[in-house]
Design a protein around this ligand. Structure first.
Ligand code: SF4
Length: 1006
């Protein structure tokens, strides 16, 4: 085979005695692609991967040109392929990925292919960190007690993952009890520059990654380009497929100055989050530059990079520089590896220095670090920063504010409520009582300055005789064992224990909602007093219902502030003025007296951290704790799914699929399963937390012999579609406007009965009725959660109509074959006068184009009156059209692997054609431009449409396709014609939009 040398870029780099092949970016300048040093560093990394993978099939010359030609004008206009170097998974999202791989292996066998073809093709690491729950706390045995319970609850899942470890190639598992995925990635898995063999040569290339956790972004603090994708998309990458994205806008954020005394990296990131949210960075890259970056520790950079999902960006990038190399060396990476990173990045123009020319950005903003003040964020969203000085006032005002203003809507006569904690202490607590104080989350536990800061504060507090208040559930969950090592060496672990912060485990704990139940007397007191109890956690998410079902006000704060609030026992306090407690001598103790100085923190870091600690801890990371080592490993091509398992089941995604894709058809007669407001999170759609015994999922588990005490969390049951489908939209805080009660309920139409959403869905599906969801802005915000899309699909939802989407959730919906539609600018459910009681039809057919406008008809079944309006199809790329046509991304991949010779998909051809004609993909709604669109009636009359989710695909798609005219139907309207107004027709449009045959569901066949 000829040696690949795209654009004559193949070059050799000598580092020490080792020679590496690399694909030199400067060659592109010689090839006439302009001055690459004007590009943001993150775009240069995207360019390198395109250059290296250039093959005129997956990556075309036009793709390389498009990235090299990045500018303010072209950003967001063209689609590019991205082939990341590796994939990281955590267990909540990783288990379903491996379940899908096992199910794909089974499907491959059923369809006559080779099951062993289904393997990760790029290195894949799964870190088991999301399952540990804080049951035991404030005791020396807490870690062991929680670990024991974790293994009891997750035995089946862990056995399954051991199967994956043994049977899949290119797949490593970091066992439970070792650390949090992003911290392990930062400290151990990431290498800065990856290498792989190409014949006799070793090719070096930038470390890039996608992960199934939204905070995968943390690794950008190390100059590793990466972000979270849906589990479904990650599976496709694992299987060697590119992920497609629009060439992003890049916002440059200049940091200058340095943090003042008393401010922490957490305060900084909460400020950055607020600023970037305000600036608007959704779907954009953020790249940091300026003198403040040069002086910033890598840990602080990682903290800022971590919270990219909170500020809404795809990722926040810190290019490789001298500090990156220092961190790699200090964290135990070999001298040869560090030398490679430095030499490679310098050769490629990827090495940043403070005096380097500032690249061109889409827009810029500036932050002076010296203006940062101690802050919290909450009580319901991470972007709502509250300066510490304003905390008491802000909390008090929130008590009576209405729910839409993110308040708690307490009536005036309840503002002074208190209740007694009947635990022997008989303490009286009121609104704002801190019931959870958790040092948690990789955002902060990866940062020695705030962890040692918390320890130093605890030491000073303990010396004055302070401890946690008895109603506070305290926990310390380090993100890796290195943290415990340096806290111990600094002599600060005993101090943290003295004030109640014992290690409870190594994992996400409270950050993912695994805070465990509050002690019963505390929980009872909250109920007795109808109290707005508080949590203070060093996490990055505080959406309602995420942290703990008993706790309504959730504040994000630095680890030292977490300790401070545990000592105070309430957020209804001005910590800058009021004493935090009283010492042994009866003297008031003020926060300023026990707050550690920057010098004290720096000294503690210098005395307690060393590369040897990283090498020692990570040298044995594969072994895991004793219960992991005891699990018997099995190895087989196919996983033997057990019927009686309540954790791992074969999902029905592939059970009825055929070898060929079907065709896309109209949707008609759809009923709304839910009508939702703004900022509905993936946690509302697919909760990760507790399973209520009375919920459909709880009833299913009880019917299958599981006691309520052993339910575990939804997050841990993601390997079982039966539980997860029942749990979809089951969040106790969901507000479905179709139901009177809060939680996972809806009104079944037309009967008017209020039912659990799952039960209503089953009734609809039995009747062959398609379903839809109407939503507001930022639908699917929050953690990337593939079950939010999978569960939506399995509930029979054919389309979602929202004002806007969170990036990953939109892509996941398409990945599951659910159609995302968006109201046109200026239109909303309210402005269109939709109640959710209508029957909906969507005129979509096999000629659908990315971001095309589609006609939606809403008919009032009682009067027959109908409204038609245009909505934007949020299938954004030609490749996504192909995914949708195939019934999902995994079906697309499976069919490709089944018949590689016929693999040139229609979508890729369309993409190539699009590139060749230099026509950018429309970013905004396509206005005044006719797009080939068939009249719904015509489409319906000619095409068989899948009746429901489980109906097998159409058998002769080729024939159906051949019949479809390529030109617009004579009666079709140019897109955009109806934008901004609603057409009201008296006669129902049902007949026009309804597909032929019995099926109402439509959408696409699988
Ligand atoms: S600690 Fe929190 S942010 Fe980090 S991986 Fe776990 S859940 Fe995600």
């Amino acid at each position: 085979m000829a040696v690949r040398n795209p654009f004559s870029s193949r070059a050799t780099l000598k580092v020490g005695k080792q020679s590496y092949t690399y694909f030199a970016l400067p060659a592109l300048e010689k090839a006439g692609m302009g001055n690459l040093s004007r590009l943001p560093y993150s775009i240069r990394v995207l360019l390198e991967q395109a250059l290296r993978n250039h093959d005129e099939y997956v990556v075309a010359t036009k793709d390389v040109q498009n990235i090299a030609g990045w500018s303010k004008a072209t950003a967001g206009q063209v689609e590019i392929p991205f082939l990341p170097g590796r994939v990281v998974l955590q267990d909540f999202t990783g288990v379903p990925c491996v379940v899908d791989l096992a199910a794909m292996r089974a499907a491959m066998k059923r369809l006559g292919g080779d099951a062993r073809k289904i393997n990760p093709l790029v290195p894949c690491d799964l870190v088991i960190d999301h399952s540990v729950q804080v049951d035991a706390f404030a005791s020396r045995t807490a870690e062991q007690d929680n670990l024991k319970l974790e293994f009891e609850r997750n035995q089946e899942r862990y056995e399954f993952l051991k199967w994956g470890q043994q049977s899949l190639t290119n797949f490593r598992v970091v066992p439970p009890g070792m650390g949090i995925v992003h911290q392990v990635n930062l400290e151990y898995l990431a290498s800065g520059v990856l290498t792989k063999k190409d014949g006799k040569e070793t090719v070096a290339y930038p470390d890039t990654v996608v992960g199934t956790d939204s905070h995968t972004t943390m690794i950008n603090g190390l100059g590793v380009l990466g972000w979270g994708v849906g589990g479904i998309e990650a599976e496709a990458v694992m299987l060697g497929q590119p992920t497609y994205m629009l060439l992003p806008e890049v916002v440059g954020m200049e940091l200058v100055g340095k943090l003042p005394e008393g401010a922490t990296a957490t305060d900084l990131v909460l400020t950055v989050t607020q600023l970037l949210r305000k600036h608007g960075v959704v779907n954009k890259f953020v790249e940091f530059f300026g003198s403040g970056v040069g002086a910033m520790s890598l840990a602080d950079r990682a903290t800022i990079a971590n919270m990219a999902p909170e500020y809404g960006a795809t990722m926040g990038f810190f290019p490789v520089d001298a500090e990156t190399c220092r961190f790699l060396a200090k964290s135990g990476r070999s001298a040869a590896q560090v030398a490679l990173v430095e030499a490679y990045c310098k050769a490629q123009g990827l090495f940043w220095t403070p005096d380097a020319p500032v690249p061109e950005f889409s827009s810029t903003l500036r932050l002076d670090l010296s203006t940062i003040v101690p802050s919290l964020a909450g009580p319901k969203r991470p972007q709502d920063r509250v300066p510490l000085a304003a905390m008491q006032q802000d909390f008090r005002q929130g008590l009576s504010k209405d729910l839409l203003s993110r308040g708690f809507a307490l009536p005036a006569d309840q503002l002074a409520n208190t209740a007694t904690v009947a635990d022997g202490s008989n303490a009286r607590i009121g609104h704002g009582a801190v019931t959870i104080a958790a040092i948690t989350s990789c955002t902060n536990t990866s940062n020695p300055s705030v962890m040692l800061g918390a320890g130093l504060l605890a030491k000073k507090a303990a010396a004055r005789g302070l401890a946690r208040k008895p109603w506070v559930k305290t926990s310390l969950a380090p993100g890796s064992r290195v943290v415990t090592d340096y806290l111990t060496k600094a002599g600060l672990l005993p101090a943290l224990e003295a004030v109640g912060f014992h290690v409870v485990g190594y994992g996400c704990t409270t950050c993912i909602g695994n805070s465990g139940p509050l002690p019963a007397p505390v929980s009872q007191a909250i109920k007795d007093g109808n109290l707005v109890a508080a949590a203070v956690l060093s996490g990055n998410r505080n959406f309602e219902g995420r942290v703990n079902p008993d706790v309504k006000a959730n504040y994000l704060a630095s680890p030292p502030l977490v300790v401070a609030y545990a000592l105070a026992g309430t957020v209804d306090i001005d910590l800058q003025k009021d004493p935090i407690g009283v010492d042994k001598d009866g003297k008031p103790v003020y926060l300023r007296e026990i707050w550690p100085s920057q010098q004290e923190i720096a000294d503690a870091i210098a005395s307690s951290m060393s590369p040897e600690a990283f090498l020692a801890q990570y040298g044995k990371v594969d072994l895991g704790p004793a219960p992991w080592r005891k699990i018997k490993a099995t190895k087989s091509d196919l996983f033997r799914f057990q019927r009686q398992s309540t954790y791992i089941q074969e999902p029905p995604f592939f059970t009825t699929m055929g070898k060929q894709a079907g065709t896309i058809g109209a949707i008609a007669g759809a009923r709304a399963l839910a009508v939702l407001g703004d900022s509905v999170t993936t946690d509302h759609i697919s909760p990760a937390g507790n399973i209520k015994a009375s919920s459909p999922a709880g009833r299913y588990l009880i019917e299958n012999g599981v006691q309520a005490a052993d339910f575990n969390q939804y997050g841990a049951r993601r390997g079982n579609d039966r539980v997860m489908t029942r749990g979809t939209f089951a969040n106790v805080r969901l507000r479905n406007l179709l139901a009177k009660q809060e939680g996972g309920f809806t009104t079944h139409l037309p009967t008017g009965e209020e039912l659990a959403i799952y039960d209503a869905s089953m009734r609809y599906q039995q009747a062959g009725t398609a379903l839809c969801v109407l939503a507001g802005k930022e639908y699917g915000t929050g953690s990337s959660r593939d079950w939010a899309a999978k569960g939506t699909f399995l509930l029979g939802v054919k389309f979602v109509l929202a004002e806007s989407y969170e990036r990953i959730h939109r892509s996941n919906l398409v990945g599951m074959g659910v159609l995302p539609l968006e109201y046109l600018p200026g239109q909303t459910r309210e402005s269109l006068g939709l109640s959710g009681h209508e029957e909906f039809a969507v005129a979509i057919d096999d000629g659908v184009q990315p971001r095309q406008q589609l006609t939606v008809t809403a008919t009032d079944p009682a009067t027959g009156a109908s409204k038609t309006f245009e909505a934007q199809c949020r299938i954004d790329t030609p490749v996504e059209v192909d995914y949708y046509r195939n019934g999902g991304i995994l079906q697309t991949v499976l069919r490709k692997l089944l018949a590689p010779a016929k693999a040139a998909p229609a979508a890729k051809k369309a993409a190539a054609k699009q590139a060749a004609t230099k026509k950018p993909i429309a970013k905004k709604p396509i206005a005044k431009k006719p797009v080939a669109k068939k009249a719904p009636a015509k489409a319906a009359a000619k095409k068989p449409v899948a009746k429901n989710a489980t109906k097998p695909m159409a058998k002769k798609p080729g024939k159906a396709k051949a019949k479809k005219p390529a030109k617009p139907a004579a009666k079709s309207k140019p897109n955009g014609k109806l934008a901004g107004k609603v057409a009201v027709a008296k006669k129902p449009a049902k007949a026009a939009a309804k597909p032929a045959g019995k099926g109402k569901a439509g959408g696409r066949s699988r």
